[in-house]
Design a protein around this ligand. Structure first.
Ligand SMILES: O=C(O)C(=O)C[C@]1(C(=O)O)C=C[C@@H](O)C=C1
Length: 275
């Protein structure tokens, strides 16, 4: 159960991560940390802690820092949840777009509203999180600077909305994982389970294709393959996979393919709560 418990996230009140927690568990108690590294440290220090972290945007792709921190941690994945991301441009004391020269936000949100920023000649500057940029704007009282965050962040920090829906794609959304060291058993309202793992392969022809053939053999659908730099081996890669399928055939595929791998870590088989 997550309702009624503290759930860690990266950012400030009004962040999309906080919205993702509250839209899935309205009675959870979100607790924000300034950076992804601090959120992971807190999850690692407290064996009972639970956190919800963004891992991928539907249009701008993976949140690499989170994938790398997760690989280095001992945390498991207990659920997947998707949150719609509507971005708004907000200002302090006015709502006149022509007075804004520079906008500040989380790098992911800046990437997700590139077209709007370019079209209006706005200088972009990176902030720790979307809602944090709104909070800092309130503190600075600058009228030539805007923040890009959720409409709820404008409400929380008393800023004026200049434009809503400035994300490049109307159906912008971000995928999150519920992470913890302790087991959390939830059920998928969509009756859909996934498994995620990461592995290193020997550097030889056909290594990746031969390994992935095990999944084909057992009728398993890979919903994602991602490569990341392999620590300590420049320009060698480590692969992340998300697999959809029933747990039993998944176990058979893992076991059959294990000897092809140099290193392997499974993060868990978890329910998809929303997509
Ligand atoms: O800054 C926030 O509001 C966050 O919750 C982080 C985050 C992310 O890291 O992807 C979450 C959802 C959006 O994609 C934009 C930013």
């Amino acid at each position: 159960m997550i309702d009624g418990t503290v759930v860690y996230y990266q950012g400030s009140p009004g962040a999309f991560s906080e919205a993702a927690i509250l839209s899935h568990w309205p009675n959870a108690m979100p607790q924000g940390f300034p950076t992804f590294a601090e959120t992971f440290q807190a999850l690692q220090d407290n064996p009972n802690a639970v956190g919800l972290l963004p891992i991928e945007n539907a249009y701008r792709g993976p949140v690499y820092d989170v994938l790398d921190l997760l690989t280095a941690s001992t945390l498991s994945i207990w659920a997947e949840a998707v949150q719609p991301v509507e971005l708004a441009l907000m200002a302090y004391g006015h709502s006149d777009l022509s007075r804004i020269k520079k906008v500040r936000s989380h790098p992911q949100a800046l990437m997700q509203s590139q077209m709007f920023c370019r079209e209006h000649g706005l200088i972009v500057e990176v902030a720790l999180d979307t809602a944090g940029s709104a909070k800092e704007l309130l503190e600075s009282r600058r009228e030539d600077v805007g923040a890009i965050a959720s409409p709820r962040a404008a409400e929380i920090y008393g800023l004026n909305i200049v434009r809503r829906g400035i994300q490049d794609h109307p159906d912008n959304r971000t995928r999150f994982w519920l992470l913890s060291q302790r087991p959390i058993h939830l059920t998928s309202p969509l009756n859909r389970m996934k498994t995620s793992a990461v592995f290193d392969l020997p550097d030889k022809p056909g290594a990746l294709v031969n390994y992935l053939l095990w999944y084909k053999k057992f009728g398993l659908n890979l919903s994602k393959v991602e490569s990341r730099p392999r620590p300590g081996a420049p320009f060698a890669y480590r692969f992340w996979i998300d697999v959809v399928g029933d747990a039993q055939s998944l176990d058979q595929a893992w076991e059959s393919g294990l000897s092809d791998l140099e290193w392997f870590r499974r993060f868990g088989t978890y329910p998809v709560l929303s997509e």
